[in-house]
Ligand binder design. Structure first.
Ligand SMILES: [Zn+2]
Length: 586
């Protein structure tokens, strides 16, 4: 998510990096975040600023080169060039299958490529193989195209190069260009690539805010044709930040919605992230760390926080929402000011190190997700009727403790002589960064407000659109074929408040729960049994006070207005019950 995007001209790196520095001693970086380990890594050369290892992408015949490789890293891949690249791979490799994620408003097809050995062509075949599916996407924000190029290179290197073993224990689905319409809306840039796509889709929507409300063709395609059908154990989404002052080649985050089951997201944070970080350092010579920013108005920095990088405990980001499914998810964000080549290298390095990890830990990752599914269902069955089961509807970040941070005091820009291109000024954000000690690591998600988790929800028969959204999210909802009585809690809305947050007009409900109370509902009412793996997601979307559930995104505004919420208190139309009488299918 770039703030102001101002990358460096490719040529500038030669002029501006005056000294190619050997790595500082281990103390300068390996312990810089408190996650470092002692050992052989200290001998590894670390590449700073715009540096990349010579020949890092290998030697490939022209037809196997991606667009940046063919254009001295001045151009990014268009959707036509993506199809051409897939076509070349198809004629030269056996272990791939291509399917359509969606067809866009401008009638462009977004392809996904399944890499498996032996080849699989359906979710059923994938399940029968016993291997977990890993899903990787680029260009949800086409102005951030380095992930796309890295994904294409990784596909090529797996199918035709030295990484075939990455298909030993896993199935990989690549969607290199997710926002196809945005990708082909070309605009000129100050830096590299010189011509690139725009952030939004053809309707002007930011697809990475559509994780809950599912109003775009693109995200509906992703959810219904990839996530619901193939059930990836891990979702990976590649991005770019703006011009930053930190010293990391790439940054990463996972779902931090406190409502999500702690198993999968805890595994990503505690086990996967430190291991992949070490591997990127060891195998690729890059320093990476959590997706944060510090307050650049003060030096030295004191806080390194997700909030500053606009990462959130809310569910609107695809990666955040995916955590509500008891699955793993990762976003990476390279800094925006280095060269396109450096940014591609940073994503390439992270993706390969990640896929080495997932290949080696495939069954462990499956187990963590399956355990979270089973635990979610078991808790609802055991504790929901008594009202003991609770979960979070709101959260915030707290500090994990103090860390050492890699940072530059300045990252000034200057005009490249004889051009109108602004680049990193000599002497700033080049070479090794400084190590700043004692910085608070503000990335620990904690809940701040909770609510009881019901045994199920009863949704009025006329809320068909809302139920369609739940089903698009893979949540099972039944229709009552006879009347039903249930005991539960009623939420009385005192006031509906509209407030701007994160660039959106959000809805907030003031009021409180009352009960226990008995409700009679007619046949045709929708019945959502919470004893299902998607219970945490259903809870977050339907709870009246969830930070950015269906209420937050305004999806119940009309229903509440028709009940008269602008004039007097009303009862929230979705009833949460603890104990059902004559419930179906149980
Ligand atoms: Zn982005």
């Amino acid at each position: 998510m770039p703030r102001s995007r101002l990358p460096v001209h490719a040529i500038a790196l030669v002029a501006l990096i005056s000294v190619i520095l050997e790595p500082a001693g281990r103390s300068a970086f390996a312990t810089a975040t408190g996650q470092g380990r002692s050992g052989a890594a200290q001998q590894r050369k670390i590449y700073w600023a715009d540096e990349v290892p010579k020949g890092w992408n290998g030697k490939w015949a022209p037809k196997f080169q991606v667009v940046p490789e063919r254009t001295d890293f001045t151009r990014a891949t268009s959707t036509l060039q993506l199809h051409e690249f897939i076509d070349v791979l198809k004629w030269n490799a056996e272990d791939m299958h291509v399917f359509t994620v969606f067809t866009s408003a401008l009638r462009k097809v977004a392809p996904a490529i399944v890499l498996a050995h032996p080849r699989v062509t359906s979710p059923e075949e994938a399940r029968a193989s016993g291997k977990p599916v890993i899903y990787l996407q680029g260009n949800i924000h086409p102005a951030e195209p380095e992930g796309t190029e890295a994904l294409l290179m990784v596909m090529r290197d797996i199918l035709l190069g030295k990484y075939k073993h990455l298909l030993d224990h896993q199935i990989l689905i690549f969607c290199p260009i997710f926002n196809v319409d945005g990708t082909d809306t070309f605009v000129t840039e100050d830096g590299t690539p010189h011509i690139t796509g725009v952030r939004t889709n053809a309707g002007g929507f930011d697809l990475n805010r559509d994780g809950v409300k599912l109003e775009t063709i693109e995200v509906n395609g992703l959810y219904q044709n990839v996530l619901n059908r193939w059930d990836p154990v891990l979702l990976f989404d590649a991005h770019l930040m703006g011009r930053v002052n930190h010293g990391y080649a790439n940054t990463y985050a996972t779902s931090t919605v406190p409502t999500a089951h702690p198993g999968p997201r805890g595994y990503v944070w505690d086990t996967l992230f430190p291991a992949v970080r070490e591997a990127v350092r060891r195998d690729f010579g890059l320093e990476t760390f959590t997706h944060c920013l510090f307050d650049e108005a003060h030096w030295p920095p004191t806080v390194w926080s997700h909030d500053n990088a606009i990462w959130s405990v809310e569910a609107k980001f695809i990666v955040s929402d995916y955590g509500l499914r008891n699955r793993m998810s990762i976003i990476t964000e390279t800094p925006g000011h280095p060269t396109f080549e450096r940014r591609i290298y940073a994503q390439y390095a992270y993706i390969l190190a990640l896929l080495e990890f997932t290949n080696a830990h495939a069954s462990e990752m499956q187990r963590v997700c399956n355990d979270a599914d089973a635990d979610t269902v078991a808790k609802v069955r055991a504790q929901a009727e008594s009202g003991q089961l609770r979960n979070w509807v709101e959260g915030k970040y707290e500090s994990w403790g103090k860390i050492d941070l890699l940072a530059y005091k300045t990252n000034d820009t200057a005009y490249l002589p004889g051009t109108s291109v602004r680049v990193t000024a000599p002497g700033s954000a080049t070479g090794p960064p400084e190590v700043v000690h004692g910085v608070e690591h503000l990335t620990k998600p904690v809940g701040t407000k909770d609510a009881s988790v019901p045994r199920g929800y009863l949704i009025p028969a006329d809320m068909r659109d809302l139920v369609a959204k739940l089903r698009a999210h893979n949540i099972k909802v039944q229709v009552l074929d006879k009347p039903m009585a249930a005991v539960g809690e009623e939420f009385v809305v005192d006031r509906m408040v509209k407030a701007r947050a994160g660039g959106f007009e959000m809805t907030r409900l003031e009021g409180g729960f009352f009960g226990p109370t008995t409700r009679q509902v007619a046949a045709g009412t929708f019945f959502l049994d919470m004893a299902q793996p998607m219970a945490n997601a259903a809870f977050y979307y339907l709870e009246p006070q969830a930070a950015d559930g269906f209420v937050g995104w305004g999806m119940l505004d009309d229903a509440l207005r028709s009940l008269g919420v602008d004039k007097h208190p009303v009862v929230y139309p979705i009833f949460k019950f603890r104990k059902a009488v004559d419930a179906p299918g149980r």
